[in-house]
Design a protein around this ligand. Structure first.
Ligand code: XMP
Length: 511
């Protein structure tokens, strides 16, 4: 049975970071809501449990785990609020601090416990708290302190409950990585059985068990997630998988051909290529509003996919490349829907409409893990390192009306941008680098001729997860060369501008 660590999320913004720290140590983990039923925990039988931080206060809120969790005999590590909730529930005392402690803080280890093995007696940790543990529960010892916080870490070795007030998951805490390693290996007794090889083996067994010999459909977009998903499922069930690639006419230059080459020829995947460009462009005629564009494309995709699937006969399953961050984000511990900024296009709505059961083999993986998995499956780097591309494609990068002519202009600009970024060694470093065709014409001069053509904007951003992004400081020499090349080579563009806005308050895509 796979060694698993459970991370109970109390509403921390760092839950995913904690998960990353655990997985970096070759131990599988899952993030679950803080009030998970102890019966469910027993079923999962984790090697250890981690409590995250939270913006809440223990003495004001009801955000607490079920009390039986302390009787399961499973090692626990509490972080920040996670420590305070342990103190509060086991009859210690949590109080409001006179002074908040925030940022880099020197911490002293008072007892050389397993949790601190291999860590110097004094190191810098990262603090962010307004409450503190004023009195430890019975059975606990103080094992670290800072100038401001007497009990910066505590432990009940008998019950195997450990807690730290600081955040070992953020990189500002030196030796945080070692602290997690100590908890996982020395306290929980993990052996580190989570590797890409073992993951592939298990996923294949899981996919076979879920599909039960039935037919599986998959909407292949050519992006990393759906591509890795396709190759993994194909490895598990071969010809029982059919991939449908919908060419909506909003793709980049040669994209359709490239996807067919890779998947049909190299991987011998059962692939249906549907050229629906005309259909999409007809529906988009005269549409200027970004949200309407997105809705039309989403609905049309479902229609085309459904029609194509019908031709294939009965299928029971739909596979999707859903990733772990999507699964976690959709269940925020403290509730409260986040505002919808843009309607993201995916295959949502298809499973219910077509009465298909879902298969989501990547739903416990982060993006970089999916990349590693893809490489392990022998997929080409060109696919694995492809930058994110939005579902509605170039339709949200042609500002204003989407026409074939404008798409063709943008495709040419986009091609030059990709080549330039790859040549400069920036393609992988940047989260995204692309062009936007503006609904603006301006005057230029080429040779002795006056021109009156389109303006294109270059958008290059760095980001960790697309939730926030910064405009990339691409060297002027590279921008200059690219701008020249675009204006000289792409007919219809006589001006290039560089977008220097960050997200928030802007977004990455323009529409
Ligand atoms: P924004 O523009 O909201 O984009 O800052 C954040 C990230 O999401 C990508 N994006 C999409 N991806 N379907 C997708 O699969 C969509 O409809 C969609 N819209 C935006 C965008 O490229 C960026 O990486």
């Amino acid at each position: 049975m796979q060694e698993t660590i459970l991370i109970l999320n109390f509403g921390s913004q760092y839950d995913q970071l904690i998960a990353r720290r655990v997985r970096e140590n070759n131990v599988f983990c899952r993030v679950v809501p803080y009030n998970i039923n102890p019966r469910k925990i027993r079923e999962i039988s984790p090697k250890g449990i981690i409590f995250t931080g939270s913006p809440a206060s223990t003495y004001k809120s009801n955000i607490k785990p079920k009390s039986e969790i302390f009787d399961l005999g499973i090692p626990i590590l509490g972080i920040c609020y996670g420590m305070q909730v342990i103190a509060h529930m086991l009859k210690g005392k949590v109080s409001k601090a006179k002074k908040r402690e925030y940022g880099n803080t020197p911490v002293s280890i008072l007892r050389n416990e397993k949790l601190f093995a291999g860590i110097p007696k004094k190191f810098i940790c990262w603090m962010s708290h307004g409450d503190y543990v004023a009195k430890m529960p019975c059975g606990f010892e103080r094992i670290a302190s800072t100038g401001n916080t007497d009990i910066a870490a505590m432990a009940d070795k008998k019950r195997n409950i450990w807690a730290v007030q600081f955040h070992p998951e953020v990189i500002h805490t030196r030796h945080g990585k070692q602290l997690f390693r100590n908890f996982l290996y020395k306290i929980c007794g993990c052996s580190g059985d989570w590797t890409m090889g073992s993951l592939i083996k298990e996923s294949i067994a899981d996919i076979r068990a879920s599909a039960k010999g039935g037919r599986v459909l998959l909407g292949l977009s050519g992006g990393v997630d759906s591509s890795v998903c396709a190759v993994l499922i194909h490895k598990a069930i071969g010809k029982k998988l059919t991939c449908i690639f919908v060419d909506n006419g909003l793709l980049r230059k040669n994209e359709g051909k490239r996807v067919q080459d890779v998947f049909r020829r190299n991987f011998r995947l059962n692939l249906r290529y549907v050229n629906a460009s005309r259909r999409f462009l007809k529906k988009l005629k005269g549409v200027l509003d970004p949200e309407r564009k997105r809705k039309i494309i989403g609905i049309e995709f479902i229609r085309v996919f459904e029609a194509e699937a019908k031709k294939l006969g009965k299928a029971e399953y739909l596979a999707q490349g859903t990733l772990y961050p999507d699964v976690i984000e959709s269940r925020s511990a403290l509730g409260g829907p986040s505002a919808r900024i843009k309607t993201h296009h995916n295959v949502g709505g298809l499973p219910e409409k077509m009465k298909l059961k879902l298969i989501e083999p990547l739903k416990y993986l982060f993006k970089d893990e999916v990349r590693k998995l893809g490489l392990e499956l022998g997929m080409p780097e060109e696919i694995i390192w492809r930058q994110p591309f939005p579902g509605p494609g170039l339709a949200v990068r042609v500002i204003g009306e989407v026409t074939k002519e404008r798409l063709d202009i943008l495709r040419e600009v986009d091609r030059l941008v990709v080549i330039a970024m790859k040549k400069a060694g920036l393609y992988r470093k940047l989260w995204q680098s692309f062009a936007v065709l503006l609904p603006v014409k301006s005057v230029g001069v080429m040779g002795d001729e006056r021109t009156y053509e389109n303006a294109a904007a270059l958008r290059m951003v760095t980001s960790e997860d697309a939730m926030t992004a910064d405009w990339a400081r691409v060297p002027y020499t590279i921008l200059a060369e690219l701008s020249n090349q675009i204006i000289n080579e792409v007919k219809g563009v006589n001006r290039v501008v560089y977008d220097i806005s960050s997200k928030p308050p802007s977004t990455i895509e323009w529409e």
